[in-house]
Design a protein. Structure first.
Length: 111
């Protein structure tokens, strides 16, 4: 593991946002959803998320997540992902979302 300086960590914009829409993404190589997230004053952004194994579309809507919003956009199939949804791989490699256990304002930065 490489050690980084505090200055490096401060460059990563890890922000809280609320999922406001979830759509199927059949064009993705691996099973995924398209998620639309409200990051408050930082705007509404879309991402692709490989979280279909543990989450239904219905249970994701309204949930707060943690996203990295200052990576460049990335094309996934015919879709431009505007941020990175964060999570952890379970024992099978399936993604479990990084959790926010109490509501915070959309756009709040992880500190």
């Amino acid at each position: 593991m490489e050690t980084i300086a505090w200055n490096d960590f401060e460059k990563v914009e890890l922000r809280a946002g609320t999922i406001i829409e979830v759509a199927d993404f059949p064009e993705a190589r691996k099973p995924a959803y398209k998620v639309k997230v409200d990051f408050g004053p930082l705007g509404i952004k879309w991402s692709s998320a490989q979280i279909t194994r543990h989450y239904t579309k219905e249970e994701l809507t309204g949930r707060q997540i943690l996203g990295v919003i200052n990576f460049p956009e990335k094309q996934i199939a015919n879709f431009m992902s505007q941020f990175l949804v964060t999570g952890f791989a379970d024992a099978n490699g399936d993604i479990i979302l990084a959790a926010i256990d109490k509501p915070v304002p959309n756009g709040s930065k992880l500190i």
